[in-house]
Structures are given as C-alpha cells and as structure tokens.
Design a protein around this ligand. Structure first.
Ligand code: FRU
Length: 479
C-alpha cells in the first residue's frame, strides 16, 4: 500500500484501531522476520538513535513510522539491553508533539547527565506552505521512562545552512562536551558543524567552527555524522549524500563513509591529518551508522540495514528496516575494523563442520577459512539447484564477490546485484551471520564488512559448496 503525504503525516491518534490491526496482521504474516536483529513489529525503522549507556543498561532508540513501510511522521522507539545482543522494546516512544518537532522527531544522540538521559535530536517542522524548518532540541528521560522536552530549541539554524541541518551527535572529549551536526551549505554542499557545551551545560552550545576533515565537498548533504575515538584516534563516520564516485566508488544509492584522523584539534575544529575516505561497508545496505564511546572504553557502532528511497520486498507486509549487530570498532595497522561484540558467541549452539546442508533454519554463524592462492565459491540461502546468495572468495585474484541475483525476491535492481571488495592474497577468514533475511559478513575479523538483505524463496534454506576448498565451522544460532 502506497501512502499519500496526508496519510504519512496524519496525527497518530487519527489511525483507527481497525486500520492498525490490519497493518499488524499483515506484518505478522511475513515469511522474512529476523530473530537476533532488531526490527519493527510493523511500520518502518530507519536510523539508530540515542545509542548510549544509562541506568545500567544499553540504550538504543530507532527512527520509527508505525503505519506502513513509508517515511512519514517519525518518532523514537526505545529499546534496552544488558548484553548488546538482546534488545527489548520498553514501550517508551518519543512522539513528535510540540511546535519544535511537529513533523518528526528526527535523528540524534543521547548521553547521561546526572540521573537523566539527555536526548539531543532534530525537530522536523513543516509550515503551512509545507516548507521545512529544522530545530536542534533536547529532552530528558528519567529512569522510569518519563520524558520532559526542553521547551526552547538548543541550537537554531545558522544563516549559512539551508533547512537541511540535522542529526546532532553529542560526545565527550578531553573533559568537554561537543556536538557535531550534519549540514547543507547555501550552495548545496554537505558539511559538518562543531559546537561545544559551555560549562558542561547541555542547554548552552557555542559554535566552534565547520569541521575541517578535508571534505571533498562533492556531496549535497551530510547526514548522521559521528565522531568516535578509537585508540585515541578520531574516527569520523558520515553519510555524504550524492558524493562524487570519482572520489571513491560506491554502489548503493547513498554511501556511509569514514575517515580516521591522527588527532582532533577542538580549537580549530580539525580532524588532523585525515586518512583517505573509505567505505564503511561493501554490502547492499548500511546507512546512518551511529557510534559512541561506551563507559567501559569500547567504541561501539550500530547501523541501519536499509537505505533511504529504496522499496523493499517487505513493503507489501507494511514493514521495513532492521538494525545491524552491535559492532566494536578497533584500529589495526591504521585500518578500521568492525566486528560484532564478543557476547554474540553466546548464541552459538553445537559446533558442526561447514559442509553442504540441504536445509537449515537460515539462522546461523559460519566461521570459514580460505587459503592463500585459492578460489572458492559457495551458496547460502541455497535451493536444491544451488541457487541463492553466491559468495566467491578468490584470494589468488584478491577479490571477494557477493551475488544476490538468484537469492529470492529481487529489488533495488538499478543499483546492481553484485558487491565486491579487494583483499590481500593471504590466508583469509570470514565470519558470516545469517538471520532469515539478513547477512553480515566480516572478513578477517572485521577488516572488511558486507551487510545486506536477501528475501529468500521458501525453499532457499540450504548451504551448497560449488567450488574449491572451504574449511570451517557451522553454528546454529539460538536467540
Ligand atoms: C537519515 C535521515 C536523517 C534524519 C532521519 C529522518 O536516514 O534522513 O538525516 O534525521 O533520517 O528519519
């Protein structure tokens, strides 16, 4: 069902119980629900928001439109976790219900102050002529789930940006609180603004400067910027929409990129000696990745497994979108590694050898190893003819290729059905997490990552080895 603008923005209270029940029933009938990933019960999930630690629990909110697979009036849904694997919805929803956020509680971040969780978000507002207004707002959530919105906007739109100014990320660095915000300049280029909280006051922000990170300035908007510190090095994760592919090639509609700096100079708003820009993920869908430095010292990230402006096979069931696993970020030899948090191994059941399996429950982890100078090809979500998600690991040619053209229902075809990345010709490992309609592939424990969706046919549940020698383990995962 395609929703009109009126339907997408009508107040939540105007959806009748019959309408909502129909949406719920429809969503429940999908064959593609995931098990150990976060997805919405119905409606659309997009960006991870407010990923933080508060009152002894990990907090993860998500952008949500409840009434179908559409981007409409957005709220934040709260989930909590004690192990970063099992996330539970608490029932707390942050609604767009003030004149500073009437058309959407847009993305943002969170951090504990005293006994409250400070939520820093973008209020999306449309005026009578449907012109967009944007406000950077705050709210305080107490440990009982009671929410109080701060009545005044915290950062007004500066004169040198268009109405595309959003997604504040608060972070703590060398004794001070800072925030970065994604922006579009008046000549329609994406950039990032840096602010500092005066006297540790989250209501009092001073502009420091436009973040200098050797921005190629070919994008028209930067969404969801995040600055996180990994081994003291600043890592900037961001989504430069419309970035020129000559700078760095990417296949998805919008990229999620990163740069590693050598230092962060807060006085001049500079990411010192930034690396070249890199693709965060080589798969079919990763966007709006949010990262933060956890109190235990780890740098943690989570991504939306989905993309803006793409229709998904689940749309007909009135839902869309999922979260990735939580990944820990590390730097080895100057490269960023992303790998699921250690607790993911708690889902492993009995260890078996990797082999041909005519049928699995499509909920498993593989831990595979490939020799130097080797070529192997195998199929996950395989039907009896070996058609499914084809993975080719060619260490000799230095390439890994993922082909989903025969894996169930096809979509986003204009962006291609194959993804690949270069690897070195050496012993290579792959940890592959399969969850019904999600795959997350971590090469060499996170040196390269492929994340994506497949929507398999009913008979696509097998594993088929087509070529080469693959050794490894198979663990069914139980949630
Ligand atoms: C990214 C994004 C953000 C915005 C949110 C709205 O996917 O467009 O920039 O805050 O989604 O849902």
């Amino acid at each position: 069902m395609t929703l009109t603008v009126e339907q997408r923005y009508k107040p939540y209270s105007e959806w009748t119980e019959t309408e909502v029940q129909k949406i719920k029933n429809n969503a429940a009938s999908s064959p593609w629900h995931v098990t150990f990933h976060v997805e919405p019960p119905h409606g659309l999930l997009n960006d991870p928001n407010g990923f933080s630690y508060f009152k002894g629990k990990w907090q993860l909110f998500y952008q949500y439109f409840p009434y179908g697979a559409a981007h409409g009036l957005k709220s934040w849904v709260q989930t909590e976790s004690t192990d970063l694997i099992h996330f539970k919805e608490t029932g707390t929803i942050l609604y767009p219900n003030t004149s500073l956020d009437s058309h959407g509680m847009y993305s943002g971040s969170a951090m504990q102050f005293g006994d409250k969780l400070f939520i820093f978000y973008t209020g999306n507002v449309r005026n009578k002529n449907w012109e967009r207004q944007t406000y950077q707002n705050g709210a305080l959530l107490d440990s009982k789930g009671h929410l109080e919105k701060i009545p005044q906007t915290l950062i007004a739109k500066p004169d040198d940006v268009t109405e595309h100014f959003r997604d504040p990320q608060i972070f703590f660095y060398q004794g001070e609180y800072y925030a970065i915000i994604g922006a579009q300049s008046l000549d329609k280029k994406g950039f990032i603004k840096l602010y500092k909280a005066e006297n540790h006051n989250y209501k009092d922000w001073t502009f420091i400067g436009n973040l200098n990170f050797e921005n190629d300035a070919t994008s028209y908007m930067i969404e969801c910027p995040n600055l996180v510190f990994v081994d003291e090095k600043p890592v900037l994760l961001y989504c430069p929409q419309g970035m020129d592919k000559k700078i760095l090639d990417y296949d998805n509609i919008y990229p999620n990129m990163y740069k590693i700096g050598q230092a962060f100079d807060t006085k001049t708003a500079t990411l010192v000696a930034p690396s070249n820009i890199e693709n965060l993920d080589y798969g079919f869908e990763t966007y709006a990745t949010q990262a933060f430095n956890a109190p235990d010292g780890r740098a943690l990230s989570i991504s939306w497994i989905g993309l803006p402006d793409i229709s998904y096979p689940t749309d007909k069931y009135d839902y869309q979108g999922a979260m990735s696993l939580v990944k820990e970020l590390t730097i080895k030899n100057g490269k960023l590694y992303q790998y699921p948090v250690e607790t993911i191994t708690s889902l492993r059941q009995e260890e078996k050898n990797f082999d041909n399996y005519p049928s699995t429950n499509n909920t498993y982890e593989l831990e595979l190893s490939f020799n130097q100078d080797s070529y192997s090809k195998f199929v996950l979500f395989a039907d009896k003819d070996g058609k499914g998600l084809t993975i080719t690991v060619d260490t000799k040619a230095g390439k890994i290729t993922i082909d989903r053209s025969q894996a169930g229902e096809q979509y986003a075809l204009e962006f291609g059905t194959i993804r690949s990345c270069d690897i070195d010709n050496r012993q290579t490992t792959a940890n592959i997490f399969i969850d019904k309609s999600i795959f997350e592939i971590f090469i060499n424990k996170g040196e390269k990552v492929f994340t994506g969706r497949v929507f398999p046919n009913q008979d696509q549940t097998g594993i088929a080895i087509l070529d080469g020698k693959v050794t490894g383990k198979y663990f069914e995962l139980e949630y």
